[in-house]
Design a protein around this ligand. Structure first.
Ligand code: DGT
Ligand code: CA
Ligand code: CA
Length: 581
């Protein structure tokens, strides 16, 4: 793996942190911090620039000294200054800066007097009351430190659903194999297909509860048993994920499933509905007085309050109970409804497979069209295509389309939206494409008015078909950019262009509530894998899950259309005329 700009930026960032803790000259600290930022946002690879003998001093914030450091890091992967700083102060100390309320001076005081190097040590010290005695600290600060570390730990302990699944499925299979088990399911946020899960909630219907419990606590991946009883137990897996287990009698399964699927807000709203009818719902069933009137299936529970069964993805108390009562629940999209994928990469940019391999893999999945949308020009880190290479790819696609059956390749590009909202490829090449996917890859930090204007301007371009990963967030890693999504959605409607639901498990961008907004405005959402290899078409399933949470039906999704319908929708945009070729 060659050195990435992000690695270099991380080194500069850490230098800035450690210098700051040491009380270095603020100008010097800021220089490193600015350099870290311009390196990470630079559209070109620094090692490549060095390889091509390009001047590094054209980069914002880089002078002689920092240019020398860039060369040093590119050549050795290390920076002598950082190593010196590490000898004086352990790396983990700079993490302490991330705790709310702790600036460099305080971090230094804590480190020097209490020899605290890590966040865990800091939490312990704060809980033992050793912080309040330091000069400049008090009980309030100490309590604040505890609260913010705990909030942080809680947040970081959530697992992306695609990852949780890898641990959950084998465990579930293990439990299903226990004799006497009649039903076994993972309920909670996992069943609601949330983007991340805090823990897993396994529900089992079995006659012999203790056999299930024994098998659960002795599962090979368990490192800690938190509790173990006949109906309830909890464990921690090797990866740190907590799993709760409930074992119920088969007759109670439906009621228990409603209860443990949640969400809590959905359950509470349901119980209110039950009370109005003089009923009581709990995890054992539905009761009128002492008489149990339902609860063996989920549908029987909903029927008691006059409702049809509700898909788990909708159970967030965001209007699903009202929609159910009015018989207006959406018929949610399914994976098999997708006929194509409109955002994928090949070896030509940063993908791993050839055009042909991607086409064959898509066909294997039952897709009937596939847009190839490699990166454009400016993303040199991803070996983005310039107009000449894109023209070559267009010809190659024509050649492949002449020989390939049952699938059609569409010519496309994932074009970079520059900071001013323009594209980094000329119109005459974009006009030759079937599909133009526009994407922001830099300056995620622009203030809301600029970010919004930037994207709206890109959407004004008559060639733009789809706005890719509209908020740019990476789950647990990068916050969404600050953008007025309502204006973006309205713009898409006016312009007749579309918004992507990027199905990469760490993007899932649009989020569910924005999907719902798009649907309400009549804007079609395109569920795309953003595949970088032929194995990535599996992403589509996660995209469909997210779309279901966003209330989308087949008709709300662009790539459920037949190829002819799609071509019509991608045709001449509303409010713009495509220049004649
Ligand atoms: P998570 O684990 O944070 O991703 O989210 P959930 O929804 O899986 O929440 P969790 O694991 O705390 O609880 C699992 C389900 O159990 C939850 O969705 C609904 C139910 N539940 C838990 N606590 C309560 C409660 O106090 N009242 C009600 N009605 N249901 C609860
Ligand atoms: Ca859970
Ligand atoms: Ca739980």
């Amino acid at each position: 793996m060659p050195l990435q700009n992000a690695d270099i930026a991380a080194i500069f960032g850490e230098i800035a942190d450690l210098l700051e803790i040491q009380g270095a000259n603020p100008f010097r600290v800021r220089a490193y911090r600015n350099a870290a930022r311009s390196v990470s946002e630079l559209g070109k690879s620094i090692p490549e620039m060095i390889g091509h003998d390009e001047s590094l001093k054209t980069i914002r914030g880089i002078g002689d000294d920092l240019a020398r450091k860039l060369r040093e890091i590119s050549a050795t992967g290390k920076c002598a200054l950082l190593e010196t700083l590490h000898r004086e102060m352990p790396a983990a100390v700079s993490e302490l800066l991330q705790i709310q309320g702790l600036g460099p001076k305080r971090v230094r005081a804590i480190h020097d007097t209490l020899h605290v190097d890590t966040i865990e040590q800091l939490l312990r010290a704060a809980k033992q009351g050793r912080i309040r005695g330091l000069r400049g600290f008090g009980e309030k600060t100490e309590a604040h430190i505890v609260a913010s570390i705990e909030a942080r730990l809680k947040k970081s302990r959530r697992f992306k659903i695609a990852l949780a699944e890898q641990y959950a499925e084998p465990l579930l299979a293990h439990l299903k194999a226990v004799s006497g088990v009649e039903e076994a399911i993972i309920a909670g946020s996992f069943r609601r297909r949330a983007e991340t899960v805090g823990d897993l909630d396994i529900l089992i219907a079995a006659r012999n509860a203790s056999a299930v419990t024994q098998s659960f606590v002795h599962y090979e991946d368990v490192t800690e048993v938190l509790s173990s009883g006949d109906t309830r137990s909890g464990v921690v897996l090797r990866n740190g994920m907590q799993v709760d287990l409930r074992v119920v009698a088969p007759a109670n399964y439906g009621a228990a499933l409603v209860y443990f699927t949640g969400s809590k807000a959905h359950s509470i709203a349901m119980r209110r509905g039950a009370q109005e009818r003089g009923l009581k719902i709990n995890e054992y069933g539905v009761f009128r007085g002492d008489a149990r009137i339902a609860g063996d299936t989920e549908a029987s529970v909903y029927a008691c309050i006059g409702l049809p069964w509700i898909d788990p993805e909708l159970r967030e108390n965001r209007g699903e109970l009202q929609a159910a009562a009015a018989n207006r629940l959406p018929e949610l999209i399914e994976l098999s409804d997708l006929r194509g994928d409109l955002h994928t990469h090949t070896k030509a940019s940063d993908g791993h497979d050839t055009l042909l391999d991607m086409a064959l893999a898509a066909r294997e999945r039952g897709l009937s069209y596939l847009a190839i949308t490699d990166h454009s020009n400016r993303l040199t880190v991803a070996r983005g295509l310039d107009a000449r290479r894109l023209a070559e790819q267009i010809e190659e696609i024509d050649r492949i389309n002449r020989t390939l059956e049952s699938i059609v390749l569409l010519k496309g590009i994932e074009v970079d939206i520059l900071e001013d909202g323009r594209f980094d490829l000329p119109d005459d090449i974009l006009e030759r494409l079937d599909i133009v996917v526009g994407a922001v890859h830099s300056r995620f930090d622009l203030p809301r008015p600029q970010q919004t204007e930037r994207v709206l301007r890109a959407m004004d371009h008559p060639c733009l078909s789809i706005l890719a990963h509209p908020t740019g967030r990476l789950i647990g890693q990068r916050e969404p950019c600050d953008i007025d999504i309502e204006r973006v959605i309205r713009k898409a409607r006016e312009r007749g262009c579309h918004l992507e639901l990027n199905a990469q498990p760490d993007r899932l961008d649009l989020v569910d509530t924005y999907c719902q907004m798009a649907k309400d405005e009549g804007v079609l959402v395109s569920i795309d894998s953003d595949a970088h290899s032929r194995l990535d078409f599996g992403n589509l399933r996660h995209g469909v899950d997210q779309a279901r949470r966003g209330w989308l039906s087949r008709n709300d999704v662009l790539n459920t259309r037949t190829l002819d319908e799609l071509r019509a929708l991608l045709g001449t945009p509303k409010g713009a005329t495509k220049a004649a070729p």
